[in-house]
Design a binder for this molecule. Structure first.
Ligand code: HAM
Length: 419
């Protein structure tokens, strides 16, 4: 028992952590390329931050406890409430819009299963204080860039776009009173099939005609098909939002990765407008990312009204996807530039040579006890270094060193000042 980690958590041995760091570095690189700035927050917050704002699903999954002073605290299950709290607290002093990113460690008491753990990392990219739907464009382009930078082709993934405002307007048109029950049913529609969906709608008190209309609307694959269902001004305005962003993404050359997907409802309560999720093309895994617009969250936290839009991308599904596509690079040789071995020298010579190379900015390490040469070479192979330098080799004249490249096995003699 004492040697086992808690269910739904992971130990990252150095070989695993290298992969993790690869993911983090791609996330960071892409965010910086789009001009998003890094931020962080606390790993635990006041419980009410989530119980009031996040929605039932997440509240059921909270790791919550009372601290020694009796305060109700929760480990953060997501970053958005913290971000909105931080921005709300700054008020007018913060020039808007802000484009911020973070890579928090999050905690959710979920049933551990493929793609779902109890502790995971999630890239968050958000824009606060931008009214225009081109905030959505910027974020969707960033998702495409993230996927491209990991090596995915535009046809390997799909960003499904929907609109909470549109769903709301359709339910309004249909006179639905029990909206939460209908949202819950909509969220499950793709998984449970039309018949079970119809039953849930009936339980929520919808008439047979209203159920048929809603089901037909949800089955629309294009904006053209959806248009006749949008009768009210509100529904038509919401449809125009979808049209605008889909059109923009197509014009920018990302038409094949982005499309309408009305099955996307999103479990979180704070979304007010466009919502989206990113899946592998076959939709064989859970969503790799999800997000949307939340224009009321800052105001609900007691600040001024600051519009928001953003998404979270989880490391768990992403890593599964990278593995499935054979896109995880071999990072086993990236740790060190050089590992030193010695035919004849003493350990002090190794330290001295390593220090000289480090002074030139190289990453260098060596054994701390000199063993037989063959053993030293085995150690070199395990070291995670790109190359091994063999000090004291009689093949290398004064001022040079014998070098073996551990990636391709090639060997040669190189002048010391060229290292
Ligand atoms: P979310 O849909 O709850 O959204 O999470 C986004 C992504 O985080 C999911 O698509 C999934 O990849 C990953 N994820 C979620 N739960 C787990 C889990 N238990 N184990 C592993 N991965 C998980 C949010 O969290 C929103 N706060 C995102 C957002 C940012 N909206 C606006 N800005």
């Amino acid at each position: 028992m004492a040697t086992q980690n808690p269910k739904g958590t992971r130990d990252f041995l150095p070989k695993d952590e290298r992969v993790q760091q690869y993911i983090f570095s791609k996330w960071r690189e892409t965010c910086l390329a789009f001009g998003y700035e890094p931020y962080e927050g606390p790993t635990f917050e006041h419980l009410e931050l989530y119980t009031d704002k996040s929605g039932e699903e997440i509240v059921d999954q909270l790791y919550a406890f009372q601290d020694k002073s009796g305060r109700n605290i929760a480990l953060r299950p997501e970053m958005t409430p913290t971000l909105a709290r931080m921005v709300a607290a700054q008020g007018h002093s913060l020039p808007k819009p802000v484009k911020w990113f973070s890579m928090p460690r999050l905690f959710r008491y979920e049933r551990a299963q493929k793609g779902r753990l109890r502790e995971f990392f999630q890239l968050n990219m958000d824009i606060l204080g931008a009214q225009s739907l081109d905030a959505e464009t910027d974020l969707l382009l960033a998702i495409c860039a993230l996927m491209r930078n990991f090596g995915f082709k535009p046809t390997d993934f799909r960003i499904g776009l929907s609109n909470r405002r549109l769903l709301n307007a359709l339910l309004e048109q249909l006179g639905v009173e029990n909206r939460n029950a209908v949202y819950a049913a909509l969220d499950r529609r793709a998984k449970i099939g039309e018949e079970a969906f119809g039953e849930l709608l009936a339980e929520a008190g919808m008439s047979p005609e209203a159920r048929k209309t809603l089901n037909d609307a949800m089955g629309c694959a294009s904006l053209g098909e959806l248009e006749p269902f949008c009768v009210s001004d509100e529904a038509r305005a919401a449809l125009d939002e979808l049209r605008f962003v889909l059109g923009r993404m197509a014009a920018l050359g990302h038409g094949e990765s982005v499309g309408l997907d009305l099955n996307i409802v999103r479990g979180l309560a704070y979304y007010t407008g466009l919502v989206f999720e990113v899946f592998d093309a076959a939709k064989s895994m859970r969503a790799v990312a999800g997000g949307g617009r939340y224009d009321d969250l800052c105001a609900k936290l007691g600040g001024e009204k600051v519009t928001g839009v953003g998404f979270g991308m989880g490391d768990v599904v992403l890593k599964d996807l990278l593995e499935e596509h054979g896109l995880l690079p071999d990072v086993s040789r990236d740790r060190l530039d050089y590992w030193l071995v010695s035919f004849d020298g003493d350990v002090e010579t190794l330290f001295r040579t390593a220090e000289a190379l480090r002074a030139k900015g190289r990453r260098v390490a060596h054994p701390l006890e000199l063993r037989k040469f063959a053993k030293q070479m085995q150690e070199a192979d395990r070291s995670g270094a790109a190359k091994v330098l063999m000090l004291g080799s009689d093949k290398a004249p004064e001022g040079s060193v014998e070098v073996k490249d551990l990636r391709d096995g090639s060997q040669g003699v190189v002048p010391l000042d060229q290292l």
